[in-house]
Structure formats: C-alpha cells, structure tokens
Design a protein around this ligand. Structure first.
Ligand SMILES: O=C(O)[C@@H](CO)OP(=O)(O)O
Ligand SMILES: [Mg+2]
Length: 422
C-alpha cells in the first residue's frame, strides 16, 4: 500500500525524566492520523544515530529538541508532503537521503525516528490492521514476548552506588502473557517488602526499578532471588529467571579495566565473575557484559559463556544491521538489543532484526531510559516474533504503557503464541 502524507507536524513534549522530546503527528491521504513519541537514552553507545538534544541534561532548555521539532515541521514536512511513497521502506529511504549524514545528525535522529514511527502507525491504521501485524515480515509468525521487568536500577539510571545498570526478572516459564505480567508485579511487590524490611530505600530509578544503596551486584541478585521465592515462584528458566544489563561501557576505565564495587577488574576477571554469577543465580541473559570497545573481551566472553547464556550486544551493536552482521562474523554475542532510535528508522530496525533472525541470533526489543507513553515497541516485539521485550519495571506509566499494550493485543488475539521460542 502506498503512503501519501497530507500533514506532518511535531511538537515538543516531556519525557519521563522531565526532559523535552518530540511528539510527531502524521495524516495520510484518506484520513488516517497517527502520533509517535520519541524516546531518549542515557547510557548510549558511541555509534548510535545522533539525536538533537541539549548538552546539559540537568537543564530544561529544549533548544536541541526545538531544532529537531523545527526540522520536522520545516524541511521534512516540505520534502515528503504530497509525495507518494511505495511503502515504509521508500519513505524511510527518503528521510535518510534528506538528512544526508551516516548518523542522522543533521536533521536529528529524534526528528527522523519520530516521523518514521508515526508514518508506520498511520499506514497500519489506513490498512485497518493493528500495528504489530503491519510490522510483521512475510513468513515470520507473530508472538507475544516474554516481558523483562527491570526491578533494580543502578549505573547511569540511578544515584545509588550499584555499578550494574539493570536487574530484570524474566518469567520465562509463565504459561501466558497475563501470568508473566502477574509474576512481574508480584515479584516487584515482594522485592519492595524485602527492601523496606531490610532498612533499604524503596526509591526508584529512571526505569521504575528500586534503587537501593547496594554496591555489589551479587547482593542485589541475592535480594532478587529471595523476592522471587517470597512471591511463590520457582527461580530459573522453568519459572522466573533473571536478566542483567550491566552496561559495562559506563564503568570501563580509561586503562581498559572495569570498576565494580570499588574493585578493578580485567576483562578476564569480568568473564570469571559472570561465570560465577550464572552458577550462583538463575541469570539467563547478560547484555553489555563488557564495554563496547572491548572486542577481544567480547569474543572470549562469547566463547566461554555463549553456549548456555544469552549474550546481548547493545552499546556495541546500536541496532545497526551492518554492525550486527560484522559481529556475527566475528563471533561476538549471540543476541542483539533492538532500539528504534539507535538506528533512526523503522525500516533499518526491521533490517537489524532480519539479520539476527537469519543468523540464529536472539533479538530483544527495548525501551530507552527516557520514555513517553508511546507503546510502539510492544507492537514491534509482537510483530517481529522475537520473543523478548524489556520495558522497565511493572510500574510507572511510561513503562506500563508497553506491557498494557501487550495485554491488549493478547486479549484481542487469544491464539497468539507466547514465549521465547516456538
Ligand atoms: O542500556 C540500555 O539498554 C537502555 C535501556 O534500558 O538504557 P538507555 O536508554 O539509558 O541507553
Ligand atoms: Mg543496555
């Protein structure tokens, strides 16, 4: 179905960190109207598409975002209005060419991805199909993903001393989505009780997980394991497993070592530490276990742990199909994180997922630490059939919007399969 845009408009709105971002609205010939909210990361990979944003995140000035808004309303709208595009790929290609840089830094990746997402949603509405269905590639069965609830926050997402950024619970053994969501909520509640009973703060980090004054990752994991038990679930792949995103680029030192809980560790030490962690705790997936530049470390990590553990590239892969293809050739990781705004268009995001699928790599669709109420990623996770979505804690509106969208899809389509793998 071709795409003909009659109106494209952006405004500045707030994200979940009280920082400015874009909301983009599009109208297609025939009257379909759709809107998209643009997310924004804090622990970004250096190869990400470049959003236009203010230098000082502490200050609300909005100038960078205002420039991006101006680009949507000016240059982009002028270039795409009243033109007919064969499909989403043709529209996204026009955005890429109009920007003209490899990083989308001229128009701003936030301007570009907002336009791309809004058009994808409007095109689905015009066809009268749910977004997840129109995002689903030919021959790829849709499925409901296992939600990965980030219930303990550290690193760049919290002010506590915990160096690892994300501790997620993954109800891999849940029979269906509703039970997985319930497990997430119950473990979250049990964890809050454990924390307050133990004299810890139950204050929250950017992704809605608790941010207690813990230091060692193993202490956080022990608490989480207890909370899984308190809530009455079996820890492990048959019940509730754990996934980590240490986001190791954030604590990698200029000399190449890693600073964890005050201890200086080499890549070899880190790999040994992860091995021990996977033996002591039901950790099934580790994302960004090493820094984005630690190529040799990544290869060894994959050799040593890749058989039994999902190893996810985020900062090093940046949802870039070419980068992921090269990493597959190099034997780095066995899965990729997938974030629309890291690469900047819907089409390139789908290409990145196709590269993963063809190589037998896993793919986990992901939110950003700065979010809006937009739930596009829930549909992307379902349509791509990738089996995994991380969207923060089962609390806070901008996180819950994604899980609630999954529940809505599940309620409408009770026969859609659920889970990691068919
Ligand atoms: O590292 C990550 O995976 C993300 C999302 O959880 O964080 P940010 O959006 O800050 O890059
Ligand atoms: Mg990450």
């Amino acid at each position: 179905m071709s795409i003909e845009i009659t109106m494209l408009r952006a405004i500045e709105v707030l994200d979940s960190r009280a920082r400015p971002t874009l909301s983009v609205t599009v109208e297609l010939a025939g009257g379909a109207v759709a809107r998209a909210g643009v997310p924004s990361g804090a622990s970004t990979g250096s190869g990400e598409a470049v959003e236009l944003r203010d230098g000082d995140p502490e200050r609300y000035r909005g100038q960078g975002v205002r420039t991006a808004v101006g680009h949507v309303n000016g240059e982009i709208a002028d270039a795409v209005r009243s033109r007919r595009f064969a499909d989403q790929a043709a529209f996204d290609q026009a955005l890429i060419e109009l920007d003209g840089t490899p990083s989308k830094s001229r128009l701003g990746a936030n301007a570009v991805v907002g336009a791309s997402m809004a058009v994808a949603r409007a095109a689905a509405a015009r066809q009268g199909v749910p977004l997840w269905r129109s995002l689903s590639p030919d021959g790829v069965p849709a499925r409901l993903p296992v939600p990965h609830f980030n219930v303990l926050n550290g690193g760049a997402h919290a002010a506590n001393p915990l160096d690892f950024q994300e501790f997620m619970i993954a109800p891999l053994g849940a029979p269906d989505l509703a039970e997985a969501v319930r497990a997430g909520a119950e473990v979250y509640a049990a964890l809050r009780r454990r924390l307050t009973d133990g004299g810890h703060s139950a204050g929250l980090g950017d992704e809605g997980g608790f941010a207690p004054e813990l230091t060692r990752p193993e202490d956080a994991l022990a608490l989480l394991l207890d909370a899984i038990g308190d809530a009455g679930y079996t820890p492990g792949r048959d019940g509730v497993a754990i996934a980590l995103d240490p986001a190791a680029s954030e604590f990698r030192q200029p000399d190449g070592t890693y600073l964890v809980a005050g201890e200086k560790l080499t890549s070899t030490d880190m790999i040994a530490r992860y091995r021990q962690i996977t033996e002591d705790f039901p950790v099934w997936s580790i994302e960004d276990g090493l820094g984005e530049d630690d190529r040799d470390g990544w290869i060894r990590l994959t050799e040593e742990l890749g058989e039994g553990v999902q190893l996810v590239g985020d900062d090093n892969f940046v949802t870039n199909p070419a980068v992921i293809a090269q990493a597959i050739e190099d034997g780095i990781a066995n899965a990729s994180l997938i974030k629309l705004n890291q690469i900047g268009t819907v089409t390139e995001t789908l290409q990145a997922m196709a590269v993963c699928r063809q190589a037998g790599y896993g793919a986990m669709v992901s939110h950003r630490s700065g979010e809006t109420e937009d739930s596009f990623i829930a549909d992307l996770a379902v349509g791509s059939g990738c089996g995994q979505l991380k969207s923060g804690a089962p609390a806070r509106g901008e996180r819950v919007a994604k899980y609630n969208r999954l529940l809505e899809i599940a309620a409408h389509r009770p026969r859609l399969p659920f889970g990691l793998t068919p």
